[in-house]
Design a protein around this ligand. Structure first.
Ligand SMILES: [Zn+2]
Length: 58
């Protein structure tokens, strides 16, 4: 079963807070291969998190 973008983006958000199961990782990876929008979303989220972390250290 394929993820839609809504499910994928929710999973990407959750992955920031908890480890995904192998099944979830596989499904998400499959979606990200096909979907540039969700790849961008994941990158933005990572950059956002990195920015927050840097801000705290200063
Ligand atoms: Zn998508």
């Amino acid at each position: 079963m394929m993820l839609n973008c809504r499910q994928a983006s929710r999973m990407i958000s959750e992955a920031m807070d908890r480890p995904l199961t192998r099944a979830e990782q596989a499904r998400l990876a499959m979606h990200l291969l096909l979907c540039g929008n969700c790849r961008n979303f994941r990158q933005q989220l990572r950059q956002l998190r990195a920015g927050i972390r840097q801000g705290r250290e200063r």
